[in-house]
Write a protein that binds this ligand. Structure first.
Ligand code: MF3
Ligand code: CO
Length: 252
């Protein structure tokens, strides 16, 4: 069942997602050579409590495993769910920051990918295309459209640029739970799938690989990497469907 949110609930979700966006903005400023991913995690946690919210990912159970940190930090060939560690960032790294909170009973969830110092031309293009695919998907979030319209818009944008869309992970409905119905794939056919309705709130999160779409999970049980070790990028917004079209809750 897909839960529909009232206008009041959407405003609470807006507040949760503004907290997420503000903290992501602070984390981006902190990204630099030598900074460890645990330092980013500690900052995310401190700012979360300062804003009277709770971390959404820390303690979250997925497939029988409990995520140990507040932030996911995924570097270079890591696609999503990288666990913060003592690893220092290096110039040229491509860093995905995925972050969520609970605020007033509702979840917020968003992600960005940024370069550390100067990054390669290919890395810049990969990040640009992934964010563009996210927005091409978001444009489809209108009452009367179908989920496949979004999926296909994302996939077409990515594949026309010569990159590939990850299948093993998908976006999701979001609300009183982090992961709600429906799953939101980044690949699919127009005019198929769930019909979009006012009050749906979806986390749209294209994961894009510079090489092939296959993934592997590292020995830590969480970190997803590209099988061919090509670069990956990930952008995510939580978006409400209103009668005026998409409302990007996690954009400042
Ligand atoms: N943004 C990710 C997602 O929507 C974050 C989940 S990480 C987890 O799936 F630790 F919470 F699982
Ligand atoms: Co998400």
């Amino acid at each position: 069942m897909i839960s529909l949110k009232s206008a009041r609930e959407i405003e609470v979700m807006r507040r949760a997602n503004v907290i997420v966006a503000e903290i992501l903005q602070e984390l981006k400023k902190k990204v630099a050579p030598g900074v460890t991913t645990l330092e980013l995690d500690a900052l995310a946690e401190e700012l979360t409590y300062k804003k009277k919210a709770q971390p959404a990912f820390k303690g979250y159970a997925m497939a029988g495993r409990v995520y140990p940190r507040t932030l996911c930090v995924s570097i270079n060939e890591e696609i999503v769910h990288g666990i913060p560690s003592n690893r220092p960032l290096r110039a040229g790294d491509v860093v995905g920051l995925d972050f969520g909170v609970v605020y007033d009973g509702f979840y917020g969830d968003a992600a960005v990918t940024v370069g550390v110092g100067e990054v390669s031309e290919e890395a810049r293009r990969l990040m640009r295309v992934t964010e563009e695919a996210l927005y091409k998907g978001i444009e489809q979030l209108r009452e009367g459209k179908r989920l496949g319209d979004l999926s296909s818009a994302v996939q077409t944008t990515v594949e026309s640029a010569g990159f590939s869309v990850v299948r093993a992970f998908v976006g999701h409905g979001i609300g009183k739970k982090l992961h709600e119905e429906p799953p939101v794939p980044n690949y699919g056919e127009p005019d198929r799938g769930v019909r979009l309705r006012e009050g749906m709130v979806l986390a749209i999160e294209p994961m894009v690989n510079a090489g092939g779409c296959e993934v592997e999970i590292k020995e830590d049980g969480w970190t997803a990497v590209t099988k061919d070790r090509s670069l990956a990028a990930h952008f995510e917004h939580s978006v409400a469907i209103t009668k005026n079209g998409p409302y990007v809750l996690s954009r400042l």
